[in-house]
Each structure stands twice: as C-alpha cells, then as structure tokens.
Design a protein around this ligand. Structure first.
Ligand code: FRU
Length: 489
C-alpha cells in the first residue's frame, strides 16, 4: 500500500472504528509479535523518548504513529515500569495537537523538577508549502500521570546559521542549571549539536555549538545525549550521511558516541577521541539514556531504522525498543550490559559443557523462539566456531567467530523473511582474545548479542518461521571447548 501525505498526517480520531479494528486484527494475526520487548499495539514505533525515573517508577515514551507502519503524524506513547523489565502501557503521552506541534510531537527528553516531570520535545510543524518549522516545546506530567502542555514553545526559533533540521532536545542538570543539547544541521548541510542553558526549564539561552573535532561528519545529527560518568564526558548521537568504511557504518544511518574530557559548558568545548559505533548489528538507532536512582546509566535504543521496510509492515505494525543496557567506561570505550533486572525473566535453566571437534551439534533442551543464552568458548584451535539459532530446515541465524580474521560475524542471510538486503546480510566486528563469551537475548523476531560482557553489541531483527527453533553449536577446522546456559523466557 502506498500512503499519501493525507493518510500519514491523520490523527487517531480521523480513522473510523472499522479501520482501527481491521488494523488491530492484522496486528494480532502477526507471527512476529515480540514477547518481552516494548512494541506498539498498532502502527509504527521509533525513538525512545523521555526516559526517566519519576514518582517511584521508570517512564519510557516512544515516537508513535498509530495508524500504520509508516512515519506519519507522531505521538508520544507512554509506558512505565517498576523494574525496567515489565512495562505497562498507559496510553498516549503527548498528542500532536497544537499550533506548535501540528505535524508531530517529535523526540525529546524528561527531567524531574519541583515534584513534576518536565518534558522537553520538538514540535514539528509544516507550513502551506510543506516547509518545516521546528519548535522546542514543554509539557509537564504530574504525579497522577497527567500531562499538560505549556502553551508557548520554550525555544521558538532556530538560531542563525542552522537549517530547519533542528530537533530532539536532551536535558540534564548540572550545579543549579539546566542544559539541553539539540541535534542540528548547519547551513552548509553538515550535522552538529548545539547547547542551550536555562535556570527554570522555561527560559532557554542559546549557548552556541558544541565544539568537537567532527566538523564535517554527516549531514544531520539526530537524537544527541550528553552525560558524564567516571569523570569523563560522553556525547551520544545518531549521524546521518556517513559512508560505509570497512566493517563500520554499514546501516543506512549510524548511532555512536564520542568520549573524552567533560564538556566545558562555558566554551562548549568537548575534547574527545574518535567516533565509535554503539552497536554493530543491523537494527539500532536513536538511543537515549537515563540515570537510575542507584546511579546507573541505562540506555534504550530503537530496534529499527528510518526509511526501511520491515516484514511486519504487512501486518500493520513496525519496530520495538531494545532491552535496557547499563553503560560504563573501560579504556575509553562504552561497555554495555543488559540490566541485571532482566534475570527475572529467566525460567527453566539448562546447561551443557562439551568439546566440539570439526562438527555441528545439537543438545536436548537447547531450542526455542524466545530465550536467553550464554556461551563461553575456550581452548580454541578451530578456525571458526559459534552457534546457529532460530534454526530450522532452511533457516538459521549464524553467530560465529573467525579466528583468522579475529572477527565476530553475524549472518542473517538465512534468518527467515529477507529485508534490508540492500545494506548487506552480514555484519562483522573485530574482537581480540583467546576466549569468547556470547550472551544472547532472542525474542520472536529479534536478537541482542553482548560480546565479552558488553565490549560489543549486535542488535538485529530477524523474521524466521515459528517452527525454526533449533540451536546448533559448531566448530570448523579444529576444536573448541565450550559451555552454555540457556533459560527459556
Ligand atoms: C529519529 C527522528 C528524530 C525525530 C523523530 C521523529 O529517528 O528522525 O530526529 O525527532 O525521529 O519521529
């Protein structure tokens, strides 16, 4: 189906009951609904927004177009959780209803202030010539969960020197002041991030551009996020327009970070190392972080990418969020681990320990469509070894280590229904060491793989048939010792 602009820019009330019922039935009939990931009831989900802890609960909103699997008029959908694992759908958080967000309540962030949750987001508007005019808007959630918009935008224009690609404010507090980074495009069509400062979250002062060494690095930086940990400053952002480079930048758009000295807010200077990708899989974009009450920095991303078709489109929905990951810094690199709370999902446990010698083996109880799996390989003299999962007669997703190339390789060529093949079906990433630990979370249509306790992560959607539930361990051209634990979820 081709969606016209008129169809995409409709509000929920513009759809009649029949259309919504039909959509719900299509979604319900989808064989790829997830079981432990946040996913939309209907329509399209994209960026995580307003990720925060307020009034004893985690709040996580997401960009949502309810009426189909396309990027249309965006709402904020609200979910909340007491444990970062079980999320309750609470309904629409922010509607695109006003003069200043008529064409979408775009991405933004939230922070607690004076007993309320203050939400700063981009109001997307289009004029009669379909020219974009972004506003930065404020909405306030009270302890009862009711959200009211502040009528006037708090940043009502794009500063001189930047285009109308100006969005996604991420707010934080330092000393007694609030700061926000906003994703921007310079007039020369290069991407960057700008900095604002405020005493009260209502009146914002433009402080200028963040001074980085990436003066020409893609044409737009979306969804910036700045935080400090372990005495270092980290700027996460999603640059668009980078060319593939070896194993890097293989997806349509990227997400990564630069890390270094804490930001000098007086001069806007960020002294940093090179840009590093956050995730080496196929489907990851626009992540956002928050700080838990016990001081952990947690990241959630969108398990999808803009401008790509996905197999669930025909069932009227698209995308989900990633599992929450805890971040920390080791040797100038962000390490990412699934939050420990996820262990409550573990049901029946099964273990194996074996030696593989030039063979592929299956084991009793090692199968399933949604599970957690940890495998550790050592005493390796094989040339390649690894694991196939969601495997059936014809389908399999292959995760392996190539000892000669010293690379972890994720191959979704035979994962199931093909999609996004234009961007390749294999992802690779260099990983060193004489041992290898693979930690997988497999849901009905996704996999998140943490390598060596979070040194690298591969996040991907896969669309296998329901009957493809096999797990097979293998070693080629030699042997390896391995042990594995699997929990049904
Ligand atoms: C990133 C993004 C943001 C924007 C939002 C709109 O995926 O393009 O820059 O605010 O999605 O849904």
């Amino acid at each position: 189906m081709i969606w016209t602009k008129e169809q995409r820019y409709r509000r929920i009330e513009d759809a009649d009951k029949e259309e919504i019922l039909k959509l719900q039935t299509e979604v319900e009939g989808c064989e790829w609904r997830q079981t432990f990931h946040i996913q939309p009831e209907t329509g399209l989900l994209n960026d995580p927004n307003g990720f925060s802890y307020y009034n004893g609960e985690y709040h996580l909103f997401y960009q949502w177009f309810p009426l189909g699997p396309v990027h249309g008029l965006k709402y904020w959908y609200h979910t909340k959780s007491k444990d970062l694992v079980h999320w309750e759908n609470t309904g629409i958080g922010i509607e695109p209803s006003g003069v200043y967000d008529s064409h979408g309540a775009y991405s933004g962030s939230a922070i607690e202030h004076e007993g309320k949750l203050l939400i700063l987001y981009t109001g997307n508007t289009r004029d009669e010539n379909w020219v974009r005019h972004p506003f930065q808007c404020l909405a306030i959630m009270d302890a009862a969960g009711k959200i009211n918009k502040v009528e006037q935008p708090v940043i009502d224009h794009v500063p001189y020197g930047y285009t109308d690609h100006f969005r996604d404010p991420k707010v934080w507090k330092a000393e007694d002041e609030f700061y926000a980074v906003i994703g921007a495009q310079r007039e020369n069509e290069t991407g960057c991030v700008v900095l604002y400062r405020s005493k009260d979250l209502q009146n914002w002062n433009f402080e200028g551009e963040l001074q980085t060494s990436l003066s020409s690095f893609g044409y737009m930086w979306e969804c910036p996020d700045y935080f400090e940990m372990q005495d270092q400053g980290v700027l996460i952002f999603s640059p668009q327009g980078l060319n593939p480079n070896g194993d890097l930048f293989q997806n349509i758009y990227q997400s990564g970070y630069i890390l270094g000295e804490p930001l000098d807010v007086r001069t806007g200077t960020l002294t940093h190392g090179s840009f590093q990708e956050l995730d080496r899989g196929f489907d990851f974009y626009a992540p956002q972080t928050m700080l838990t009450p016990d001081g952990r920095r947690i990241l959630v991303g969108w398990m999808g990418l803009p401008e790509m078709d996905y197999p669930t489109d025909k069932n009227g929905w698209a995308h989900c969020l990633t599992l929450p990951r805890e971040l920390w810094i080791r040797e100038s690199k962000l390490i990412q681990q699934p939050v420990q709370e996820l262990q409550v999902l573990r049901k029946q446990q099964h273990d194996i320990k074996d030696v593989l010698f030039d063979e592929k083996k299956v084991y009793q109880h090692f199968n399933g469509a949604s599970f957690e799996l940890i495998c550790e390989f050592e005493n390796i003299d094989a040339e390649t070894f690894g694991v196939e999962f969601r495997a059936g007669e014809k389908e399999k997703t292959i995760l392996k280590y190539d000892v000669v190339q010293r690379k972890v390789i994720l191959d979704r060529t035979f994962s199931g229904e093909p999609f996004g093949e234009k961007y390749g079906t294999v992802r690779k990433c260099s990983v060193d060491g004489s041992k290898l630990k693979l930690h997988l979370f497999v849901d009905i249509s996704s996999v998140e793989i943490f390598i060596n306790d979070g040194e690298e992560v591969f996040t991907s959607r896969i669309f296998p048939g329901a009957e493809s539930q096999g797990i097979r361990f293998f070693a080629e051209d030699g042997r390896t010792l391995f042990q594995a634990s699997k929990w049904d979820i």
